[in-house]
Write a protein of this length. Sequence first.
Length: 318
Amino acid sequence: MRSVTVFAPATVANVGSAFDVLGFAVAAPGDTVTVRRSATPGISISEITGDNGLLSKEPSRNTAGVSVVALLKHLQHRESGRFSDIGLEISLVKGLPIGSGLGSSSASTVAAVVAANELCGAPLSREELLPFAMEGERVACGAGHADNVAPALLGGFVLIRSYEPLDVIHLPTPSHVWVTVLSPNLELKTQDARKVLKRSVSLESAISQWGNVAALVAGIYKNDVGLMGRALEDRIVEPERAQLIPGYAAAKRAAIEAGAAGCSISGSGPSVFALTDCEKTAHRVGAAMKDAFAALDIASNSYVSQINGTGAVVTHKE
Ligand code: HSE
């Protein structure tokens, strides 16, 4: 095999109440990465398109590069030098806007590690690739959270019960849920959106939050969109971050009025997501949120899909 191409989808992290511990994948948009064998040992990034020149081609400063370097180092150690003179060249097509709250860095990172692993003969399982994909997140925003990379890698809803040690639970994919993701043309860096968060919370807020997180997981198991929508309620993170997104309150109101079961910030924002029980309502909700942002002269893109139960997929091998 000389080259492998992988598509990894956008993801909605936090899912309202479950900050840093729950995320799910949607069908599209996403990023596509091709990893090719190269005669020159080591990792290089030959081409990045769709990033408006924002991303570095220096592997140590690129999330996909960092993750593939970490993966290769692990394989070299584990397989006693078997991959010591391997050369891999990465090319990346960004379908996801950067700083959008759609898991843009995660999609590139996951697509790159899946492709590199495949090119090395698939020595690691999807679950085993997770720590390497998380390395990329550490570079992207200073925190190695897994609520974007895990669903991009595994598909569906993924719960992170613990980070140390890493304990990741793949939840069932509810079939009745439709997701509308609205991505306004604004940029918000995850690093900045994490800085505004309070370091401590009251017992009252914590009680409300764990009730909602538990209900969210129950809603996923019961395939109950109404319960999932109610359980998006977030008293800890949303109030702080809502202030960073002009038009958020109006968009959320518009989504609920248009029939959404619930609405919240996607990841660290500025994208917004809403859950509904049918495709028609999901489109209506998207149009309503789009109008709310347009009233502030903010253009946006709307994406409607069901939950993507598959995650990253190999689209081409040669
Ligand atoms: N859980 C992370 C955060 C996701 O909200 O900061 C970032 O996309």
